[in-house]
Design a binder for this molecule. Structure first.
Ligand SMILES: Cc1cc2nc3c(=O)[nH]c(=O)nc-3n(C[C@H](O)[C@H](O)[C@H](O)COP(=O)(O)O)c2cc1C
Length: 182
């Protein structure tokens, strides 16, 4: 049986240093996991990108393709944007998709693909009024936004523990959302 495809999309936020752990947990749940990074996140992994491509079995995409290039990834059955940075959250809420990461999910959610997002940023970043507006905008479009007890609750500044990012909560929610949709 063909495995279902998950697009795991990640920003330049702390837990992306450990994105291989997120991939492994998704694979352990049976997902054919494709990784999409923002350009900033790709720069963090640039010296070790080959490891991620070997792990996922797919190219790791971070930039829009050129018009003459073919799609490099299979179609997604679900998309999880995790970790979502404060910057990308607010761009997404504002309808700006200047990165492939944002472009794929902002369109995908309006093409019927289950779309989830789990943030990772501190309480000082979260205090900006734009953050609550963006979260409300995403939810109004049908995005499952995982904050508070259901996902990630912002930490006090300089007290984050990116290694303890709760991938399992995000993946539980993906599983629940996809089985509801099918
Ligand atoms: C080492 C480092 C760690 C960062 N961690 C975070 C973070 O955990 N959360 C966040 O929202 N921004 C974080 N930032 C800031 C983002 O990288 C920055 O806002 C960037 O523009 C996000 O771009 P992207 O969402 O396209 O990846 C960090 C920046 C650096 C240099």
């Amino acid at each position: 049986m063909t495995k279902r495809v998950l697009y795991l999309i990640a920003c330049a936020a702390g837990p992306t240093q450990y994105i291989d752990e997120g991939v492994r947990q998704a694979q352990a749940r049976g997902w054919d996991t494709c990784l999409i990074l923002t350009p900033s996140a790709a720069a963090w992994w640039e010296p070790r990108m080959g490891e991620l491509e070997k792990l996922t079995g797919h190219p790791v995409r971070s930039r829009y393709k050129l018009p003459r290039e073919k799609d490099a990834l299979p179609n997604a059955d679900a998309m999880l944007f995790a970790p979502l940075s404060c910057t990308s959250l607010n761009k997404w809420g504002g309808g700006i998709s200047d990165t492939l990461a944002l472009g794929l999910i902002s369109e995908g959610v309006h093409m019927g693909v289950p779309a989830l997002a789990m943030p990772y940023f501190n309480q000082a970043q979260a205090a900006q009024p734009a953050v609550a507006r963006s979260i409300a905008d995403l939810r109004s479009q049908g995005v499952v936004f995982l904050d508070g007890q259901d996902g990630y609750e912002s930490h006090p500044p300089k007290q984050g523990n990116p290694q303890a990012y709760p991938w399992h909560l995000a993946l539980d929610a993906v599983g629940a959302t996809v089985s509801l949709a099918s």
